[in-house]
Design a protein around this ligand. Structure first.
Ligand code: O3B
Ligand code: ZN
Length: 264
């Protein structure tokens, strides 16, 4: 199966997942000199509403952790979006050391990690699965994460559950509330472009919005991410083996896609 090691990592994905070799792939390096500030975005501030009392389920996918939200009363609209999108799940990508880990880069700079909030176009399509096969089906918010001294309090609620899902396939139902909104930076300055899922099958179905301002996470919190395992409990391997120390795809060419910028 695909993964992030030398023998099943991003450079091998196109062998089994042909879309990975497409012309609208993600992530990309955000070359700020190529970004055009687009007036059509100015008066359409990106807007989200996530109720703060959300219960959720966290699962070890084998590729990282993923929080499945029950996106009933969530909504993302405005900015590059023509319809209202619902939050389906969020997850994160990170690296083995703090000088790598994000998927998008900014003028070649990597951040230590990148949070993805995955939404689907529930106005036009009847399910997430259907939306993931459409060019405007998904809207993903990308938030860079850099190392700071303080723990990220909201992320701590997720991190406290990771010891329960160390092995692939394990999940945990969370009881306390999560305020998704607090996982987003203060500034709404963002770049946007048309791209894809950054993991197989790499469907070209994502309207990407990447915020310029990073949020912070502590080194300890990031170490907890790296303690996740990519193998199931039944795979009897050495304790240090199978650790998910990195799960990011390096950038693909922007090609002739437009990169738009908006925000203060
Ligand atoms: N990494 S990502 O946000 O592009 C993403 C989102 C969803 C899925 B998926 O539902 O398989 C895969 C990748
Ligand atoms: Zn992702």
């Amino acid at each position: 199966d695909w993964g992030y090691t030398d023998d099943n990592g991003p450079s091998t994905w196109a062998e089994k997942y042909p879309l990975a070799a497409g012309a609208r792939q993600s992530p990309v390096d955000i070359d700020t000199s190529k970004a055009t500030s687009d007036n059509s975005l100015v008066d359409r501030e990106i807007d989200w509403s996530y109720p703060s009392n959300c219960s959720y389920r966290i699962v070890n996918t084998g590729y990282g952790w993923r929080v499945d939200t029950y996106g009933d009363d969530t909504a993302l609209s405005g900015g590059p979006l023509s319809e209202v999108y619902k939050l389906e799940q969020f997850h994160c990508h990170w690296g083995a050391t703090n000088d790598e880990g994000s998927e998008h880069t900014v003028d070649g700079k990597s951040y230590a990690a990148e949070l993805h909030l995955v939404h689907w176009n529930s106005e036009k399509y009847s399910s997430f699965k259907e939306a993931a096969s459409q060019p405007d089906g998904l809207a993903v918010l990308g938030v860079f994460m850099e190392i700071g001294n303080a723990d990220n309090a909201e992320l701590e609620k997720i991190i406290s559950l990771i010891p329960k899902i160390i092995h692939k396939g394990q999940d945990s139902q969370a009881s306390f509330d999560l305020d998704f909104g607090s996982l987003l930076p203060e500034s709404k300055h963002y770049w946007t472009y048309l791209g894809s899922l950054t993991t197989p099958p790499c469907n070209e179905c994502v309207i990407w919005t990447v915020f310029k301002e990073p949020i912070t996470i502590s080194e300890r919190q990031l170490e907890v991410f790296r303690s996740l395992k990519s193998v199931g409990e039944e795979d009897a391997i050495e304790p240090e083996e199978g650790k998910l120390v990195k799960n990011y795809r390096p950038p693909l060419p922007l090609g002739n896609r437009v990169l738009r910028e908006c925000g203060p």
